[in-house]
Design a protein around this ligand. Structure first.
Ligand SMILES: NC(=O)c1ccc[n+]([C@@H]2O[C@H](COP(=O)([O-])OP(=O)(O)OC[C@H]3O[C@@H](n4cnc5c(N)ncnc54)[C@H](OP(=O)(O)O)[C@@H]3O)[C@@H](O)[C@H]2O)c1
Length: 299
């Protein structure tokens, strides 16, 4: 991975230019160049980064975003291709206003994981009275899914390393440690069973425990276990094979998420920030799988 200087062209129809204040790092970013999505040399150089927050500096023709017309000077959140940058052009369909109460880092880190969390809850039909198991409840996607499930009136049991348990309790989540004996620990907390399982981890343990404890496989959804979903008949969400992309649900999730974050009703933990030039170190930190929150690049 290297930083190179490129001209940002004038925005075309339906585009705006955003001066980046913060760029969100997602596990997808390193998977993107890992070969998991193909290794065609003609696609190089790959520009990395799905989401940024920043200020609009130029506006192309027909610049109406989902929240209305976009103007120079607007503080925005943008879904982009190549967000690890000081400036980037964005399609207006993925550009929404940044609430003043939400800082640049949180604004850059919320939408991708938050949209995934909303999709997971919708796909599993989580609602009042449900008991829900969230695998990876202290991860970036899992923590939002767990909080949103609590807000929807569900009882939530979440797996995490012990050092994260206090944070989960603060969310109203009942923490359990993952690892051998997980099904027994969850059953001890919920002897009447689990109604739905949300898997953000994808290990055989997470899948096996979900299959063992949730009677209705249409109420198990994973964002990682694509292979197991094909053989075991549960839902898989996102961009992998056989997955439901949930484009509309994810595209509209900002309408629910941003007011909650702005009102302090949703916690988006920021684990660490890195200068843009240290994006490779940021990826090593995220690859470890225990970052404990979002990682953000600052140009
Ligand atoms: N399909 C999609 O649409 C989609 C969208 C977004 C993300 N994803 C994928 O979803 C995954 C999670 O993303 P994220 O941003 O939430 O990652 P993250 O913030 O790094 O969280 C990873 C979580 O996994 C937990 N974990 C690590 N090893 C574990 C194990 N052996 N057993 C149980 N839990 C374990 C961690 O728990 P502790 O820290 O408590 O140990 C942490 O909660 C990534 O693989 C990402 O690529 C898919």
């Amino acid at each position: 991975m290297s930083l190179i200087g490129v001209e940002v062209p004038d925005p075309g129809p339906g585009e705006v230019t955003v001066a980046v204040r913060a760029a969100g790092v997602n596990p997808f970013d390193y998977k993107f160049y890992s070969g998991a999505f193909g290794a065609d040399p003609n696609k190089l150089p790959l520009r990395i980064g799905l989401e940024v927050s920043g200020v609009v500096t130029a506006v192309g023709p027909d610049a109406d975003g989902p929240a209305g017309p976009i103007s120079v000077g607007d503080e925005v959140i943008a879904q982009v291709s190549g967000g690890y940058a000081t400036a980037v052009n964005a399609r207006v369909g993925g550009v929404v206003p940044k609430p003043a109460e939400v800082d640049w880092k949180q604004a850059a880190g919320l939408i991708s994981v938050g949209g995934t969390a909303v999709h997971l809850l919708t796909a599993t039909g989580v609602g009042p009275g449900d008991t829900v198991l969230v695998h990876g409840a202290a991860g970036s996607v899992g923590a939002l899914a767990a909080q949103l499930a609590v807000a929807r009136g569900a009882r939530v049991i979440g797996t995490a390393s012990p050092s994260r348990h206090e944070r989960l309790r603060a969310y109203g989540v009942e923490p359990v440690e993952y690892g051998p004996g997980l099904a027994d620990r969850v059953s001890a907390l919920a002897p009447n069973g689990i109604d739905a399982a949300i898997d953000t981890v994808g290990t055989d343990e997470a899948v096996d425990v979900s299959l063992e404890l949730v009677p209705d496989r249409s109420r198990i959804a994973s964002i990682v276990a694509f292979g197991r979903a094909a053989t075991d008949g549960f839902k898989v969400l996102g961009m992998g094979p056989g997955a439901d992309p949930g484009t509309e649900i994810r595209g509209n999730a900002w309408r629910e998420l941003l007011p909650l974050l702005a009102a302090g009703k949703l916690d988006l933990a920021i684990a660490k920030t890195f200068p843009l030039a240290e994006a490779a170190a940021a990826h090593e930190f995220v690859m470890d799988g225990h970052a404990g929150g979002k990682v953000i690049l600052l140009p």
